[in-house]
Each structure stands twice: as C-alpha cells, then as structure tokens.
Design a binder for this molecule. Structure first.
Ligand code: LLP
Length: 432
C-alpha cells in the first residue's frame, strides 16, 4: 500500500512502522521525530551482500555511505551485518570509531581532507584513504612518512559519465570538484605519481557517478570504463591494480512514480558486466567495493510531525503547518525533492485533498512538499513524511535555534531511542 514495505496500517487506521503505531510513537517521544525501521536497514544490507556473494566471484565489500545517515547505533548495525562504511569527515570517522567500527573496513573520502583528518585516519588505521587530488597525495605522503606509516590508498577518478542525462556526455562531468579526470589524462598522470610517491601504496581506483539513479546503464558504463582504465594502467605502467570501488547512487522510491530496481539487481548487472569485461581485457576480476547510502536507509525512515495551523487561501492553495521543516528536512528547499506524506492517524482514509506542507521557520521557502495529496488534516493530526531515512537527519541544522529531533529505532513492535533529541541546553553548550 505504501512506498516502503516497512509501513502498514493497523486496525485503528494508524500508520505503523516496524510493527509500531506511529501515533503512539508521536505520543511517547514527541514530534518532530525521526523513526527508523532496523529490520528494513538490515534487509537492504543483506540484499546487497547476498547479491555480491552470489554474483561476484572475487569477493567484495558493501560499504555503507554514512553521509546518508550517521550515528553510532547505525554504525553498529552496519558492523553487525559484516559491512564496511564510507566516511567523509573527521566527524563521521570519530563517530564510527566511538561505535567500535573496525577501522580496516572504513573508506575515507572527501575532496579536501585536512592534515588533521588524514593524521586521524592513519592513527586509527583506516582501511583505504580515497585520495582526491595531487595536493592531497603529497600532504598524505608527508604525514604518513612523518608517522612512519604507509597509507593504503585509492585514487578517485572522474570517469566522464553523466548519469542524469542518460547520455554519457563527457564534458558535463569534467566539470566536477571531485576527483581526477580520466578524459584529459589527469588520472593516468596521478596514477604514475602515486606509484612513485613514498608513504603511500596505491591499491585501486574509486569513482562515484551520482545519486538517486534508476537506470542501470550508467553504472555498467562506469564499471567498464574503470576496468578499461585499469587495463591501460597495466599496459602503460606494468602495475595491475586489484581493487575497484564504484561508489553508490542506487535510486529509491520516494513516490509511486519511482520504480527502482531492487538493491541486489543493480549488483547482478554490474557484476555480470565486470566479469565479461575482465575476461575480454585479460584482467583479473578486481575486488569490488560498492557504497550504497540512500538505498540502505531512506526507505527505512519516516519523520513524524504534529499539524498546527491550516491556512486555506481560496483559489490559491492550502497550507498545513507542521512543527518541523527545513531544519530537519532541507531536501525540498534545496532540491525540490519529491516525498509522499500521510496523515498517520487517518492512514486508512483516502488522500483526497491537496496540501502544501510548510515548516515552522521564518522563511517562505520552508516547505516539505507543495500541493501533495493528503487525507483531510486539522490541528493535532500526526503527519508522516515517508522515506526520510537518508540525507535528512544527516543534513539537519539548528536554523531558528530549533533543536534536532530524536531518532527512534523500531524493530518487531519495540521502540528505542538511538539518538536523543537536542535540548535548549545542547544548543547553548558552546556559547561563551
Ligand atoms: N560514495 C560516494 C563517494 C558519495 O559521494 C556518495 C554520495 C555515496 C557513495 C552514496 O550515494 P547514495 O547511494 O546515497 O546515492 N544530499 C544529496 C545526496 C548527495 C550524495 C553525495 N554522495 C541528497 O539529499 O539527495
């Protein structure tokens, strides 16, 4: 009935997630509230892993991209499922380490890592540092030598694939702040440099072509392009790199207009393409890393709000104000991102009204969705916005000095707090 299989409606006509009544959750924990279904997250991770094991002969790693949603309990779940993680800052790295995440299974990304962050990564023993550019390569080399260590690295390559136009326009993607351009020879030059740089050991290559991609073609094209480049490296330098990280980007269902493939389906297609290409190039099939973020956590999450004022402007539109908004979900304000919303306490009624859901910030653009179908709403109703598990909590802010909501994990009808709600005291902790 809903866009995610962790959601249902109970006899009271209330929306449920992970077997918990959302109206009861709102009552117990207050709103706004992030709720995440633990089993849904575990299922996605298992689906990726299973597909990797079944379709990929040379083994591989599913590394959850923790920028999608980052807190300690999530790292514990990812760790228990035997997966790795992609971290992109000292803050994410620190959170992972606090959760006891095995450092060897971490991939450290970012286009402008600081010396302090690189030092931190080397101290912890992060598995692979994904070097973005030559400035970082020499900074890392200096730090590693000073610490008497060798950093195992990947180089981030921009393979010139514009996933969102479906046309693989090359010039479009040359214009990226990330990585080393393949097309103009920068990437090959960086590989040569890395191979002769002391303090680093080049293990493989990385690319990431975008996010919320439905079509499998760009993923396949990227995998083949990267393998071709690995063959070129072998031919021109004599070095055979053995690891390939293809990033994330797999699309999910935000509305019933979206029709993504299942998690494992992408893997099956990409694995098939890689095996065929490796054989044609007489290359060993590389150890494969993928970094799904959104598709692991987005479908597992919802955000609950309480409706306040409803304002009808005849002939224009009707606003439903909720007690959160762009600080807990900036994605509509930033990208006009589509979402599905449900009146959680009236979930079995028809969604036959059109409402614009507005947040509580002093800003006209503080909207969650415009003219979206909903059950008739009034003050005190509980509104659920679906598929908010990715890039909501992790992109939240304290705009208007609003405290961040709690994150509650649900599983088998039980709920527990994974991240406490911020208090006004928290907001003032660093004020002098
Ligand atoms: N690996 C790398 C190197 C990435 O940069 C990203 C996402 C991922 C993996 C995970 O991609 P995913 O599977 O989640 O699509 N804030 C935007 C999304 C930005 C994604 C940035 N990189 C949003 O809210 O839509």
């Amino acid at each position: 009935m809903f866009i995610s299989d962790c959601l249902d409606v109970n006899q009271a006509g209330h929306l449920t997630i992970g077997g918990c009544d959302t109206v009861e959750l709102a009552k117990a924990y207050g709103t706004p509230l992030y709720v995440m279904d633990e089993d849904c997250i575990r299922r996605a991770l298992r689906d990726y892993k299973k597909s990797m094991d079944e379709n990929y002969e040379n083994g591989g790693m599913v590394a959850y991209a923790s920028k999608a949603c980052c807190f300690q309990e999530l790292y514990r779940i990812v760790m228990q499922e035997g997966c790795g993680a992609d971290v992109v800052s000292g803050g994410e790295l620190y959170t992972a380490m606090k959760a006891g995440f095995p450092a060897q299974r971490l991939y450290f990304h970012g286009n402008n890592k600081s010396g302090q962050e690189l030092r931190m990564a080397l101290e912890y023993g992060v598995g692979r540092i994904v070097v973005d550019n030559l400035t970082e390569l020499s900074l890392l080399s200096d730090i590693a030598r000073e610490m008497g260590k060798t950093a195992a690295i990947f180089l981030r390559v921009t393979p010139g694939i514009d996933a969102h136009t479906h046309s693989f326009i090359r010039t479009g993607q040359i214009d990226s702040k990330f990585g080393l351009t393949l097309e103009n020879g920068d990437a090959l030059q960086a590989v040569r440099r890395a191979l002769e740089t002391p303090g680093v050991e080049l293990r493989g290559l990385h690319c990431h072509i975008g996010s919320q991609i439905f079509d499998e073609e760009p993923f396949i094209h990227a995998a083949e392009t990267m393998l071709d480049f690995m063959a070129q490296i072998r031919d021109e330098t004599g070095t055979t790199l053995t690891e390939l990280n293809l990033g994330g980007g797999f699309g999910i269902r935000y509305t019933d207009q979206d029709h993504p493939r299942s998690c494992g389906e992408y893997m099956r297609l990409v694995s098939g393409a890689l095996h065929r290409r490796a054989e044609a190039l007489r290359m060993p099939v590389p150890y494969l890393v993928i970094e799904p973020g959104r598709s692991v956590v987005a479908p597992a999450g919802i955000t609950l709000y309480t409706v306040g004022a409803v304002k009808e402007i005849p002939g224009v539109r009707t606003y439903v104000s909720v007690d959160g908004g762009m600080p807990d979900n900036p994605r509509y304000a930033l990208y006009q991102a589509p979402y599905t919303a449900v009146a959680a306490n009236k979930a079995s009624l028809p969604a036959d009204r059109l409402y614009t859901i507005s947040g509580r910030c002093c800003e006209s653009g503080d909207l969650i969705q415009e003219n979206t179908p909903l059950q008739e709403c009034g003050p005190g109703d509980i509104l659920a916005v679906l598929a908010t598990g990715a890039y909501n909590y992790s992109m939240s802010s304290n705009y208007n000095r609003l405290p961040r909501p709690a994150v509650v994990m649900v599983r088998g009808g039980e709920a527990r707090i994974a991240v406490r709600a911020e208090t006004y005291e928290d907001l003032n902790r660093n004020d002098l």
